[in-house]
Design a protein around this ligand. Structure first.
Ligand code: FES
Ligand SMILES: [Fe+2]
Length: 427
């Protein structure tokens, strides 16, 4: 298989089958997704014993719960008896976990605490080794700056190593809070897209598509921005119309490509508006951090930090997007927004306005992009033409890692170097 894998990505050409072949999709699940870290939630959601989050990670039901001892643990959400899922709520609080089927009961540290109607188990492994009938731990749970991640691979490198230098972008989100605290708010936008997961990632720093693709949303947004009297409509219109930047401006927009397929792109929208509320917030931040550090935090204007293959972080608008491949041509994208605890409602409302304008199912920007993703998915069915191209700036930026800009396809090549490394790794 390794020789087959290396033939699928050459210099800057990518074989169409990496987007269409179900067998390669299965191999990606095993070789890539089973070995990387997955964002599962924020520690503020586990603020007291018994609070939990539950979700699927790679189709495995997982439960992250704070124990009565104050420690957060991750378990598979599955009863050891006959296998029922213990909770179907996405979050909640429980004094103990009671299985709905035969009421086996577990404490919040995962230990088996009781079996009703326990006669009949005499001299069986269930009675003799009750300590083995607790919940099964997920191999790894780690916390970076309050962001919780799990890994299904016991041997995986530490979370911080996987995050690499890009970790600073997660830290920047926390540092933007005038209290040092952030918490999820506004719910999650969940969208299932009809495209391979890589097609989505390859779009995230693509400055070259902005003008042609987003013309249909940029033009009406510009009009709305001039005509509307409502400041929130104007903000959303300005967020949408910022996509209409010239190729010259996009070429001046920095992108950095890092190891492991990660990358970051700088901001191209006004994230420090000239308003009384913003000034009040910036004063709060100076009080919390000191003037120099506060300025550093605000100046770190990153629009997207991409953690290959499954997380996109937008620090300057307090947002995370989790990318979950469902099948070779279906991908789920969950968008999480975070509140700056201690900042005014007006400042936090900007965060939700951004999510509405860019990531909601009704976003005009999303509609533009989804149209392209589906066209790519459809076009790649053509068998007569094998390769797709990611050649832009290849001569100037031959190595995968290094500084780049939003008109270059270096970050796409960098993703495929990472893809090949994962896919060729021995099992
Ligand atoms: S399946 Fe859980 S108690 Fe029987
Ligand atoms: Fe786009």
């Amino acid at each position: 298989m390794p020789s087959v894998i290396s033939s699928l990505f050459q210099d800057a050409s990518i074989d169409r089958r990496v987007y269409t072949d179900p067998a390669l999709f299965d191999l990606e699940q095993k070789q890539i997704f089973a070995k990387v870290w997955h964002y599962v939630g924020h520690e503020s959601q586990l603020a007291a014993p018994g609070q939990y989050i539950s979700l699927d990670v790679m189709n495995q039901p997982v439960l992250i719960i704070q124990g009565q001892d104050g420690i957060n643990r991750a378990f598979f959400n599955r009863c050891p008896h006959r296998g029922a899922q213990l909770t179907r709520q996405s979050c909640g609080q429980a004094e103990q976990l009671v299985c709905s089927y035969h009421a086996w009961t577990f404490d919040t540290c995962g230990a088996l605490r009781g079996i009703p109607m326990s006669s009949g188990y005499e001299a069986t492994p269930v009675q003799d080794h009750a300590e083995q009938w607790g919940l099964t731990a997920v191999p790894r749970l780690e916390n970076y700056a309050g962001f919780l991640f799990v890994n299904l691979d016991r041997q995986a490198p530490a979370l911080e190593q996987w995050l690499g230098v890009n970790a600073g972008n997660l830290l920047n989100m926390v540092e933007r809070s005038p209290s040092g605290l952030i918490e999820p708010f506004g719910g999650i936008f969940r969208m299932t897209q009809r495209n391979n997961w890589k097609i989505y990632l390859e779009n995230l720093h693509d400055g070259a598509h902005a003008l042609p693709t987003h013309q249909s949303s940029v033009l009406p947004a510009r009009q709305t921005s001039t005509l509307t009297q409502d400041p929130w409509s104007k903000l959303q219109a300005d967020i949408v119309s910022a996509n209409g930047q010239s190729p010259r401006k996009m070429a001046a927009l920095s992108v950095n490509c890092f190891e492991q397929g990660h990358s970051e792109m700088f901001g191209f929208r006004e994230s420090r508006p000239d308003t009384a509320q913003q000034q009040e917030y910036e004063a709060q931040l100076r009080q919390f951090h000191g003037a120099e550090k506060a300025e550093d935090v605000l100046r770190t204007d990153r629009h997207i930090a991409l953690f290959y293959p499954n997380l996109s972080v937008t620090p300057n608008w307090m947002q995370l997007r989790v990318i979950t491949p469902i099948s070779v041509n279906q991908t789920r994208v969950d968008t999480h927004s975070f509140r700056l605890v201690g900042a005014s409602d007006a400042v936090n409302r900007r965060i939700i306005s951004f999510a509405n304008a860019v990531n909601s199912p009704t976003s005009l920007i999303r509609a533009d992009d989804l149209e392209n993703f589906e066209r790519i998915e459809s076009g790649l069915r053509v068998r007569e033409r094998r390769w797709i191209s990611a050649h832009r700036e290849l001569l100037k930026e031959e190595q995968p890692v290094g500084p780049s800009h939003a008109m270059s396809e270096r970050y796409v090549r960098n993703q495929f170097h990472a893809w090949r490394n994962y896919m060729e790794q021995a099992e």
